[in-house]
Design a protein around this ligand. Structure first.
Ligand code: ATP
Ligand code: MG
Ligand code: MG
Ligand code: MG
Length: 470
């Protein structure tokens, strides 16, 4: 099954089970200033769950465009390193607004995976919240999963990366336990089961999270049972596609195979000279073109604060990886048509905006290509002679004069097994602010202000980067 067929099969399955198919909301949440980017399927239903909004349906299903590259969920650093993380991905979800609860949600999930998608049962294992005996019993008795493949995850466990399996919308409000479904890709892949110290490998991959909104937490922290509990689920489309296409890595699914090929061709044409097709840098590029394109589709342009700066960071990171492979002129924007080929049918807004997306990214790329070579020389110089740390002054100079976001410098450092002095960077940035203030020409280097004002969209004709120096 191709990615597009899997997406449709999921939506059709839940439509047959009485769910309304609802289109994805934009990646830039229009009505939620607390959120940088849409990061889950439930975002667009937040007010329905809270009871502030009513819909003509009590069951819904979506394929939601998500960005996890800043804020609470930030997977930027995982891209190029794990087989399963993207900055942009699609989250398939089914939702119950005070309709069905644990019994039906678990049954539906199981039926989809084992009957519709025909996954072998013995390859699946699940986690439940440590105290959620109800979910445990459903998996064990109703579904028939043996006890050794149901893992209880609590708040207080030894594992480093385990999520708590208890979801909260905020300090107060709806909350409840989760149950997550994992797929075992086989013992030839490194990694341990969820809850174990080496769970961060790519062997047991989390494919689906089912959240049970069971309580309302008040200001005193007391949990009250909700009269009409709800369900919110999320399954990564690329992860289930990997399972169904019998590959371990998301980057080997049909959509990414094509994007990776296009990335290699574009890098080679820009100077890459037959670059290594297996390079993690190509994965970064193929991942980032999706995130950057969909962010621009929703009206954000690269800038120095807020959403515009997240976009700039992702774009420049991709450009730097192309540079690493030998590209010496813009290549990234040329991937837009390939992306449209893969995703334009499911997301017509992408196809409609493709020329503008390419133009915005090209301008950003031309801009960064003016300084990247000199910046890389400075960085190489700082690391020459076996230095183990890039000092804060240098990192700040790279940021301020050469347009290297701090995380880009950190990304290069990580590849080379060294670190960057992030505290020293902040000190250097503050020093410059103070000097500027003293000089009476207050010029804020807002570069790291991720929570700044959302980027205002003034149409694609104004491509000025306000306040940007490089
Ligand atoms: P992980 O532990 O693997 O980082 P998560 O627990 O942060 O995932 P959830 O917030 O539970 O993820 O999101 C629901 C589902 O979305 C996950 O089970 C997974 O299939 C998918 N998903 C989450 N983050 C990513 C990502 N960065 N790229 C691709 N798919 C993702
Ligand atoms: Mg995560
Ligand atoms: Mg997780
Ligand atoms: Mg999860």
């Amino acid at each position: 099954m191709k990615v597009s067929q899997i997406r449709q099969a999921y939506l059709d399955f839940f439509a047959r089970k009485g769910h309304q198919i609802v289109p994805s909301s934009p990646v830039v949440p229009g009505d939620d200033p607390t959120l940088l980017f849409t990061n889950a399927g439930m975002n667009q239903f937040k007010d329905v769950f809270l009871g502030f909004d009513k819909r003509p349906y009590s069951r819904a299903t979506t394929a939601q465009k998500c960005i996890r590259a800043g804020g609470k969920h930030n997977d930027l650093d995982n891209v190029g390193y794990t087989a399963r993380h993207h900055t942009f991905f699609e989250m398939l979800g089914n939702f119950s607004f005070g309709d069905y609860f644990k019994k039906d949600a678990i049954q539906l999930a199981w039926d989809l995976l084992t009957q519709e998608f025909k996954l072998p049962k013995e390859k699946l294992l699940v986690t439940v919240y440590a105290e959620d005996d109800e979910a445990y019993e459903i998996w064990n008795k109703q579904i028939g999963i043996p006890a050794d493949r149901i893992i209880r995850i609590g708040d207080n466990k030894g594992a480093r990366y385990a999520s708590d399996n208890f979801w909260m919308m905020g300090d107060t409000g709806p909350c409840g336990p989760c149950t997550e479904i994992f797929y075992d890709h086989g013992d030839h892949i490194p990694g341990g089961p969820p809850g174990s110290p080496d769970e961060d490998g790519d062997r047991y991959i989390e494919i689906w999270n089912n959240v049970f909104m069971q309580f309302n937490r008040d200001e005193a922290g007391v949990m009250h049972l909700l009269p009409k509990p709800s369900v919110d689920t999320g399954m990564g489309l690329e992860r289930i596609a990997a399972v169904l296409q019998h590959v371990n890595s998301n980057y080997e699914i049909d959509l990414f195979v094509n994007l990776l090929k296009a990335s290699k061709d574009a890098v080679d044409a820009a100077g890459g000279q037959n670059c290594d097709a297996q390079s993690p840098s190509l994965k970064v590029i193929a991942d980032h073109i999706r995130a950057c394109s969909f962010i621009v589709v929703d009206g954000v342009i690269p800038g120095n604060a807020g959403r515009g700066y997240v976009l700039r960071r992702i774009a420049r990171r991709a450009i730097r990886h192309g540079y690493k492979l030998g590209a010496r002129k813009p290549f990234f924007y040329q991937l837009v048509p390939s992306l449209v080929k893969e995703m334009g049918e499911a997301y017509p807004e992408l196809r409609a905006a493709q020329d503008k997306v390419a133009e915005v990214l090209k301008q950003e790329e031309e801009r960064f290509f003016q300084t990247i070579a000199n910046g890389m020389e400075i960085l190489d110089g700082a690391l020459a002679g076996g230095a183990k740390v890039v000092d804060g002054e240098t990192a700040f100079r790279l940021h301020d004069t050469f347009g290297f976001p701090l995380d880009l410098t950190a990304d290069v450092c990580r590849e080379r097994g060294v670190t960057v002095d992030a505290v020293g960077f902040e000190v250097a940035m503050q020093k410059q602010r103070d000097q500027a203030r003293a000089a009476g020409k207050f010029k804020v280097a807002q570069g790291l202000d991720y929570k700044g004002q959302p980027t205002q969209f003034h149409g694609y004709n104004t491509l000025k980067h306000e306040g940007a120096r490089v």
